[in-house]
Design a protein around this ligand. Structure first.
Ligand code: ADP
Ligand code: ADP
Length: 237
């Protein structure tokens, strides 16, 4: 599904954040990306959808090479990729339902294209997703009235409404307490399996990663230092 080959990123200040990363992720497979702060985890997931421009290497999603695209073609392929963020990135004064529907529009042209542009099918899908993530009773609440766990569930539903094939998940539990973190990780892993999504979860909590993610990729100083089962992970990685 996703194939990353010999990916490098050197920032303008000379910082080599990725030094030749190769990685494959299959449909229905959810992998945990771990490593110390500064290892290159967030650079890596942002290079996949080209929020950050890689310096060299290839990113292939299914049959399409993303690293060869620009403009409209790139925007079209990006719709196959959902993103979930640590700080949720919700629009505070919109409701839960509106935030989920916002996932259908991307982030451009949002304000002046309000409900008119949503097909009945999108509204139905949003309702089904909110049911699935346990927020159906909060559908009309404003985002700023929700708890952290509820906010992340909205973030998950928003990413899924575009029916992506790949999910990029950046520190989804870093702002949550341990109990909420586990329930969010459980929901994420179930949804990936149900929808046969490939997913990369950037996660600094190794214990949480091992509890929920069967395959772990360890990154250190821009290099893959481990790629294997969570059970095989040792203290040195
Ligand atoms: P690029 O090569 O991707 O264009 P830049 O060097 O232009 O990246 O930096 C992009 C932004 O990231 C700038 O706003 C800069 O202040 C910020 N930045 C610079 N150094 C770091 C760093 N070490 N960690 C995080 N952000 C940084
Ligand atoms: P992680 O997500 O594992 O903490 P990052 O991908 O944020 O790692 O950072 C990898 C390295 O790249 C770090 O040394 C960081 O300081 C540097 N870095 C990140 N963003 C920028 C930027 N915009 N400009 C320059 N250096 C950056």
């Amino acid at each position: 599904m996703l194939r990353i080959q010999a990916l490098t990123k050197t920032y303008k200040n000379g910082e080599a954040a990725l030094k030749g990363v190769s990685l494959g992720v299959e449909a229905g497979e959810i992998i945990g990306l771990i490593g110390p702060s500064g290892a290159g985890k967030s650079t890596l997931i942002r290079c996949v959808n080209r929020l950050i421009e890689p310096s060299s290497g290839r990113v292939q999603l299914g049959e399409v090479e993303l690293t060869g695209l620009s403009g409209g073609a790139l925007r079209r392929e990006r719709r196959r990729i959902g993103m979930i963020f640590q700080e949720y990135a919700l629009i505070e004064r919109l409701t839960v339902m509106e935030n989920v529907l916002a996932g259908r529009l991307g982030y451009t042209g949002f304000w002046n294209s309000w409900f008119r542009r949503f097909a009945a099918q999108d509204v139905q899908r949003a309702i089904a997703l909110l049911e699935r993530v346990g927020l159906i009773d909060h559908i009309d609440k404003r985002a700023d009235a929700l708890s952290g766990g509820q906010r992340q569930r909205v973030g998950i539903a928003r990413a899924l409404i575009q029916q992506p094939e790949l999910l990029l998940v950046d520190e989804p539990t870093a702002s949550l307490d341990p109990k909420t973190s586990r329930s969010v990780m459980r929901l994420l892993t179930e949804l990936c399996i149900e929808n046969r999504l490939a997913a990369i979860v950037n996660i600094h909590d190794v214990v949480l990663a091992q509890a929920f993610l069967p395959r772990i990729v360890g990154l250190n100083a821009g290099i893959v230092v481990y790629d294997g089962p969570a059970s095989g992970l040792t203290a040195e990685v």
